[in-house]
Design a binder for this molecule. Structure first.
Ligand code: PSU
Ligand code: MN
Length: 301
C-alpha cells in the first residue's frame, strides 16, 4: 500500500531533476487567519515558480500524504483552519488511517519531503524548546526531526515565544547546523536580531547548497536550519514584540493551554496584540524564505 500521492507536476520535476521546494500547511491552517492564509500560500507558490522551481505544498488528505496541492486543496485547508488536524510525526498514522485532513508541521513536512526526494523546504518559523520547558517538557518534535531527516529548512529564525538559547543548545546536541543567510546573528522571526549567534554565516545560495551536498555525502544524516532574516522594511520593533510575547505567555498560563495547542495559541495571541502589523511581517518573511529556498534548490540538483 502506497500512502504517498505526488502531484504530476511535482513528480515530473523530480524525475527531470528540476528544483522543487516543499512547503508546510500548518502555517495555512493554524498560522494565519482566512483569507490571508490562502492568499499567502498561493503567493508563496508563485514566488517559488518565479525563481524557476516547482512548489510542493504538503498535507494529509483522503488517506494519502499529498506532495503538491491544488488550489482547491489549499483553499480547503485555509477555510477549515483549526478544524484541520495539526499533524506532526506522531499524528500521521491516525490521520491517514481515518482519512482525515491533516496540516503538516515542520516535522511532518520534512518526513513527507524526504519520502518524495525533496531536499529543500521553506516555512516561516520552526518549533523549538518552549520557555519553561524544564517544567513542561514542551519541546517541539521539529527538533528531533531535524536531527534525523535529510531536509534543509529555510526559516526566519526562531520566534521568541520560544527559548532561543535552549533551542540552539538542543540543536547543537542533535548535530543540526544552524546557518545564517548573510548574517552572524540568529534572527528571531519578526526581528532580524536576537542576541544569539548562528553557527556559520553563509554568503549565498550556492555555498548553502554545497554544504548540504557535503553533509549528506559524508553520511551525516539530519536536517539543516537556514535562518534568513526578515527583510529590513518589514522587521518589527523589538520592544513591542517582547511585550506582546510576554503578554501572550501570561495569557497562555491563565488559559491553561498545553501541548500541541501551545504554539497556535501563542501565535494567535501575538497577532492579536500587535494588531495587523505582525501578519504583514509574517507574510513577507515567508515569501522571502520561499525565494531563498528556490534559489538553493536550483543548486541542489
Ligand atoms: N512557528 C511559527 N509559525 C508556525 C509554526 C511555528 O512561527 O506556523 C508551526 C509550524 O508548523 C511548526 C509548528 O512546525 O508550529 C510547531 O508546533 P509545535 O511547537 O507544537 O511542535
Ligand atoms: Mn509542543
Amino acid at each position: 500500500m502506497n500512502y504517498i500521492d505526488i502531484k504530476p507536476e511535482v513528480a515530473e520535476a523530480l524525475q527531470n531533476k528540476q528544483p522543487v521546494v516543499a512547503l508546510e500547511s500548518t502555517i495555512i491552517s493554524h498560522g494565519m487567519p482566512y483569507p490571508k492564509n490562502m492568499e499567502t500560500a498561493l503567493q508563496v507558490e508563485a514566488v517559488v515558480r518565479a525563481e524557476g522551481a516547482v512548489p510542493a505544498s504538503i498535507a494529509l488528505m483522503d488517506g494519502k500524504i499529498k506532495i503538491g496541492l491544488t488550489k482547491a486543496e489549499i483553499k480547503l485547508l485555509a477555510q477549515k483552519g483549526r478544524e484541520v488536524i495539526k499533524t506532526s510525526r506522531r499524528d500521521i498514522p491516525y490521520v491517514l488511517l481515518h482519512k482525515l485532513t491533516g496540516a503538516t508541521t515542520v516535522a511532518a513536512t520534512m518526513i513527507a519531503a524526504e519520502k518524495a526526494g525533496i531536499k529543500i523546504f521553506a516555512t516561516g518559523g520552526i518549533g523549538g524548546v518552549h520557555r519553561g520547558a524544564n517544567e513542561t517538557f514542551d519541546i517541539s518534535a521539529d527538533l528531533q526531526e531535524l536531527a534525523k531527516t535529510n531536509v534543509a529548512v529555510v526559516c526566519a529564525g526562531i520566534k521568541s515565544i520560544l527559548d532561543l538559547g535552549l533551542t540552539l543548545e538542543y540543536l547543537e546536541t542533535m548535530g543540526v547546523p544552524v546557518l545564517g543567510y548573510q548574517t552572524d546573528e540568529l534572527p528571531a522571526f519578526y526581528t532580524r536580531k536576537s542576541g544569539f549567534k548562528v553557527d556559520y554565516k553563509m554568503e549565498g545560495p550556492q555555498e548553502i547548497a554545497d554544504l548540504l551536498q557535503v553533509k549528506w555525502a559524508t553520511g551525516l544524516n539530519g536536517g539543516v536550519v537556514i535562518a534568513n532574516p526578515v527583510p529590513e522594511a518589514y522587521a518589527l520593533d523589538e520592544r513591542v514584540m517582547q511585550k506582546a510575547i510576554e503578554q501572550a505567555l501570561a495569557a497562555q498560563l491563565t488559559a491553561g493551554i498545553k501541548g500541541k495547542d501551545s504554539t497556535p495559541f501563542l501565535l494567535a495571541k501575538v497577532k492579536e496584540l500587535t494588531s495587523g502589523q505582525s501578519l504583514v511581517s509574517n507574510i513577507e518573511l515567508v515569501l522571502n524564505n520561499a525565494r531563498l529556498a528556490a534559489k538553493i534548490a536550483g543548486y541542489c540538483l
